[in-house]
Write a protein that binds this ligand. Sequence first.
Ligand SMILES: Cc1ncc(C[n+]2csc(CCOP(=O)(O)OP(=O)(O)O)c2C)c(N)n1
Length: 334
Amino acid sequence: MAKGQKAALDAAKYRRFYEQMVHIREFEEECLRAFQRGGHGIGGYLHLYSGEEAIAVGIIGALDLSAGDCLIGHYRDHAYALAVGSPPGPVMAEICGKYDGCSKGKGGSMHICDAERGFYGGYGIVGGNVPIALGLGWALKYRQQAGVAVCFFGDGSMNQGAFHETLNMAQLYKVPVLFVLENNGYAMGTSIERSHANTDLTDRVSSYNMNRKKIDGQNIVTVYEEVSKIVADMKANPAPFFLECDTYRFHGHGAADEAKQTVVYRTKAEIEAAKANRDPIAIAAEILLEAGVITDDDIVRIHEEAVVEAKAAMKFSDDSPVPPADELLKDVYA
Ligand SMILES: Cc1ncc(C[n+]2csc(CCOP(=O)(O)OP(=O)(O)O)c2C)c(N)n1
């Protein structure tokens, strides 16, 4: 649905989606501030999802996690955890390397996980989660469960050999994996023009004879409605699907390149234009206000609640101890 179009929307559902997007945004802004001021334990990696929230929220909102649907992410993974309903405190504590984190502080920002809620984790190796998603989908098929496995990845993954082996096998064996390309235009500082011989990335998978579509990843209504249809079809006739979501990331690749991104690979004007015209939260606000789903007061209240929740998550993390030394080798498999 385009901006400005009136539609009857499920008010409770879309209010919830809007809240989730704002909560994810504020949670990550709190992470960035903590990274920049230091002292909270966020060292090394911190990859923020700001600008891409409608994808995680719309897609996860279209799944039935309690009935077997599941997902695996890549390293830009905080939003997936929050969207499946992981409590923000343990997610923040994990990002900060604390003992009350969802992986006891051993995973960090790139490895948030909540298998009980169907989220099989973030993944630090670019493209490494793609064959694992095939295994998740295969398990559903093998057990004759009517679910789908969702795999989120960026355009960088599409230049890995394992990506192409996985798509070929998924289509050959009709494994119900929804492959979700979050195309934000860059892999670290490399634009798709500099790394893909064919920049039409949906067209790139045509050789696998797989159902595929490209959508606007900034519009929560589009994402939710399209994915609801796709998932219903995948459950009726198990087969994989490739979905390209056109999106943009507002921050640097990681918090560490926040300051130098505009010197190295993109202009400040490009980022500012995306923030002004392609912010999924602003787009949702406009659509939902017009549809009468939320009010201006709701917007203010939701934002304030999100700020309070993010600060409480950081306090939870700050109050948590660092993992004790005798934990170092526990739960470590490789
Ligand atoms: C196998 C492998 N090679 C290189 C890296 C270093 N690396 C980390 S993120 C990244 C870029 C990935 O970009 P993309 O898949 O487009 O995801 P985005 O950051 O845009 O969400 C690279 C090359 C890695 N983590 N794994």
